[in-house]
Design a protein. Structure first.
Ligand code: SAH
Ligand code: SF4
Ligand code: F3S
Length: 446
């Protein structure tokens, strides 16, 4: 039996896809291995969102060449968004790559690997309007047995001016809700306690059946009803489509986690228009108010881009102002990276010098660091229900888990006398005693 090693870069969708890939290959008779030294094939599932994501993969592919020189059997395949973007160009540029396979053609992997074994090189990069891998039960790679991703839709057609995803992932399509609910139920029966429903814009999830339509709020309701002990999360919400109906469903089901990722990208209306985000700052703040109204204890996180085309210091200051107003619990902050093929690549200049992009980014990072610390300080003294996940990365004596707001809480493995020790995969109450900008420290309470 030949062995396959899968390595994943990029977003949660890519991690979910790697689990589909693992399932397809296992079904075809391959063994999945966790030791690269043993592998016959290494599959690198890649991200194309920013240039530095691609450079990381290029670097890794060259690193793997050294391994190939020592062990001639090892063959490399590139999956995911970079495979889709560059297609066979990638094999020309990286001579040690045997095949590329885009996100909608993973069912063809067994044939591809067979071809490669016969000494051929091949590219499968067709995008589909229907593929959702709905019938495939993903293998849970590197899973903690507690939380899992479930892909509920694929693709994106919002065409934000800077973004490569519509070109690497194709048209938006939703997956049959029956298969989603079944997958979540199976996970729960196996002891999982948290599922995250994934899509590039989950609020536009939509499925038609004979009995009517199933939209995203309805899907959430159905998954939440599986069991009150199953936590349900989702990502990502496009602000233009975040509906009150979803917030109502969340409010009615306490096991839907109090955390909404609402990528803003910029605090300037001029930038938002140029980015084709289809909302204004006022609209965005209205959505934030609605979240706080329906779900007063909900955390809000975001994505932001510094230094998009023609961004002035005023536009940048507007982003800082927005951060001060919303007071995000967490933010993913990026420097604008021009992507080939996007609207911005065709029509807009990448005219902010790199060191100025860095300066603006660092300003946002510093501000967000202060806000996160101030937010966390307010948590000291509060008590939360935490889903215990495992050993803290820093210390064997400590465990960690998350609260509904998705904040990490770290606490002693050996609690004070009279309090039972915590077991991963169970819920425990933890009282916050101190904090950093990234973590809450606490103690188990009964
Ligand atoms: N579908 C999600 C985001 C997917 S990409 C959404 O619409 O919110 C994740 C984040 O990467 C984006 O939110 C954006 O902040 C960032 N990003 C996307 N393209 C980028 C680019 N060309 N340069 C820098 N950051 C980018
Ligand atoms: Fe990219 Fe915009 Fe689609 Fe998100 S919504 S994946 S940022 S095009
Ligand atoms: Fe990257 Fe593709 Fe996800 S470009 S962010 S892996 S959808």
């Amino acid at each position: 039996m030949e062995k396959v090693y899968i390595e994943t870069y990029g977003c949660q969708m890519n991690f979910a896809d790697s689990e589909v890939v693992g399932s397809i290959l296992r079904e075809a008779g391959y063994t999945l291995c966790t030791d690269l030294q043993e592998a016959d094939f290494v599959l690198v599932n890649t991200c194309a969102i920013r240039d530095n994501a691609e450079q990381r993969v290029r670097h890794r592919v060259r690193e793997l060449r050294a391994l190939q020189n020592r062990c001639h059997k090892l063959r490399i395949g590139i999956l995911g968004c970079m495979a889709e973007r560059l297609q066979s160009r990638l094999m020309e540029e990286e001579e040690n790559v045997s095949f590329v396979c885009g996100p909608d053609t993973y069912r063809r992997l067994p044939q591809l690997l067979a071809q490669v074994r016969q000494g051929q090189r091949a590219a499968e990069v067709e995008l589909s309007t229907t593929e959702t891998y709905a019938d495939i039960e993903p293998v849970r790679l590197a899973s903690n047995g507690i939380s899992a991703y479930i892909s509920i839709m694929r693709g994106c057609q919002n065409y934000c001016a800077y973004c490569v995803v519509p070109y690497t992932r194709g048209r938006e399509r939703s997956r049959d809700p029956e298969t989603i609910v079944r997958e979540a139920q199976t996970l729960f029966d196996k002891g999982y306690r948290e599922v995250t429903l994934l899509g590039q814009n989950v609020n536009s999830y939509s499925w038609q059946t004979q009995d009517g339509a199933c939209d995203f709020p309805e899907l959430m309701r159905r998954v939440a009803l599986i069991d009150p002990a199953l936590r349900v999360r989702f990502a990502t919400s496009h602000p233009k489509d975040l509906s009150d109906k979803l917030l109502e469903v969340m409010a009615a089901h306490p096991n839907i986690c109090r955390c909404i990722h609402l990528p803003v990208q910029s605090g300037s209306d001029r930038m938002l228009k140029l980015m084709n985000r289809k909302y204004t700052v006022e609209w965005y703040l209205g959505r934030v108010d609605a979240i706080r109204r329906y779900l007063p204890d909900c955390s809000i996180t975001t994505d932001v881009i510094a230094g998009f085309s023609t961004e002035t210091l005023d536009d940048h200051r507007a982003t800082l102002d927005l951060f001060r107003r919303v007071r995000y619990d967490y933010a993913y902050m990026f420097k604008y990276s021009l992507r080939e093929g996007t609207y911005a690549w065709r029509h807009l200049a990448d005219d902010i010098p790199d060191d100025e992009k860095t300066r603006r980014l660092n300003e946002i990072i510093a501000l967000q660091g202060e806000i996160a610390l101030e937010n966390n300080r307010l948590e000291v003294g509060r008590e939360y229900e935490v889903l215990v996940e495992g050993e803290s990365h820093r210390s064997k004596e400590r465990l960690f888990g998350r609260n509904s707001q998705n904040k990490v809480l770290v606490f002693d493995r050996e609690p004070a006398s009279g309090i039972s020790p915590a077991v991963p995969g169970t819920y425990r109450r933890v009282k916050v005693t101190s904090c950093t900008a990234a973590t809450l420290l606490g103690e188990l309470v009964q």
